[in-house]
Design a protein around this ligand. Structure first.
Ligand code: MD3
Ligand code: FE
Length: 217
């Protein structure tokens, strides 16, 4: 309890937490860039607005998404894939802003993955009640590259399971500015996000935004 308190205050204790082999949580790593990141997200979503996808199974996702980078993650009746074109606009996805790229590369290097060069950034928006059920991220061609995740806005409970859907899950609270690097054997672990609790964040209001940087191709 006391250790948690000190850690959250940044007074002492590790700002980095090893979640698994190749999976590293960097508390507050994105905080110095928070304003720059939020401005970039606003510019991206002006070009490629958040939308609720329908899964191949016909369910509307409660999380709204958009993308930037060379390719974006899309879902429709034919399945999930990465595509260079935003199906809503018929145009390429907005370019990945240099501060996004730099942050992802620096975080990956901290976790032992130097030279990470993401070509896709999926941007998830959670409003109160939105959740992400347990899934694996396996649509990327290069599964040797890590995924770097950046959390902004309201805190969320992240569920981290094993390589089988039925494996038990551990829970982690992800807060504004937290960055997680997922590589190594846990790259294919099942994971999800519990329904977002309502709240008010000073910069983002009643929502959480998560960026995931990926090497898709
Ligand atoms: C562990 N996003 O977009 S980020 C996703 O908070 C996704 O929006 C969640 O899962 C979110 O696919 C979690 C953390 C994360 C991302 C990818 C992973 C954890 C991961 C891939 C493998 C293992
Ligand atoms: Fe995922």
């Amino acid at each position: 309890m006391t250790a948690d308190l000190f850690e959250s205050l940044g007074a002492t204790g590790p700002a980095r937490e090893k979640l698994a082999e190749g999976a590293l949580l960097l508390r507050g790593f994105a905080r110095p860039q928070q304003h720059e990141l939020i401005a970039a997200i606003d510019a991206i979503t002006a070009q490629a607005p958040f939308r609720h996808l329908v899964t191949p199974g016909g369910y509307r996702m409660s999380v709204a998404i958009t993308n930037c980078g060379d390719v974006g993650w899309v879902s429709d009746a034919s399945g999930y894939r990465y595509d260079a074109i935003d199906p809503e606009s018929g145009k390429p996805w907005p370019a990945m802003p240099p501060p996004f790229r730099a942050l992802a590369e620096q975080a990956a290097a901290e976790a032992g993955f130097p030279g990470f060069a993401p070509d896709a950034c999926l941007i998830n928006r959670y409003e109160p009640g939105a959740r992400l059920s347990l899934h694996q991220d396996r649509d990327e061609r290069n599964l040797g590259a890590p995924i770097v995740s950046v959390s902004l806005g309201l805190p969320a409970t992240f569920l981290f399971g094993g390589l089988k859907r039925s494996d038990p899950t551990r829970r982690y609270r992800l807060e504004h500015g937290d960055v997680v690097v997922w590589g190594g054997p846990e790259r294919l672990a099942f994971h999800g996000v519990a329904p977002l609790a309502d709240g008010e964040h000073g910069l983002l209001g009643r929502k959480r935004i998560n960026l995931t940087f990926r090497r898709a191709r």
